[in-house]
Design a binder for this molecule. Sequence first.
Ligand code: ZN
Length: 241
Amino acid sequence: MRVTVWNEFIHERNNKTVEAIYPRGIHATLAAQLGERLPEAEIGTATLQEAEHGLPAAVLDATDVLLWWGHLAHHKVADEVVERVYQRVMQGMGLLVLHSAHLSKIFTRLMGTTCNLRWREADDRELVWTVNPGHAIARGVSQPIEIPAHEMYGEYFDIPQPDELVFISSFSGGEVFRSGCCFKRGKGRIFYFSPGHETYPVYEQSAVCDVLANAVGWVYQPRVSPIETGESPNVAVDWWR
Ligand code: ZN
């Protein structure tokens, strides 16, 4: 299984608070956390600043699962790279969309809605509740996950109804949010997970990373057959006789 962690990698270089939490970037922390939990996986990273954002066709073609963290620079992601990611999802690549990537070009394209939500930066306590305990992404995850201080993301979250809902979060301000949502598009699987605001050490929390590792396993689909569409030759029409 080949996993690529993509990060825009901007906050960590222009904000001292974020740099102190993620000195080598969110992507490096996520790659290390997944590496501990998925020792059989080959894990690479890619960032916005690299040529083709680190996602040339050769890298994407070899990627089974892509993680996406972005916030400030959604508009700087080249449309041709977004198209390439989209086509790989249609072919069966798994995609994990993290936190503020709810407004990324790739996620809004895949959802077809605005993906807007309510938000507040006020050190709310977040509790991530499992609402689908039989789901592979919830396996072994503590109930609930407590994030002592986090950005609030609340409803209404303008997404299509998720194909499967795994987590709902509540916040000390009283809001609730569908924080762990599964979608299927083409032959690909997508999981949106909202924890991960850059000024809190959320990706240092073991239970959060357990969810991410489970989610990599759920979106991963080895050996997806190529899609075959187009004109078809005539076949016998009397098959029902
Ligand atoms: Zn945020």
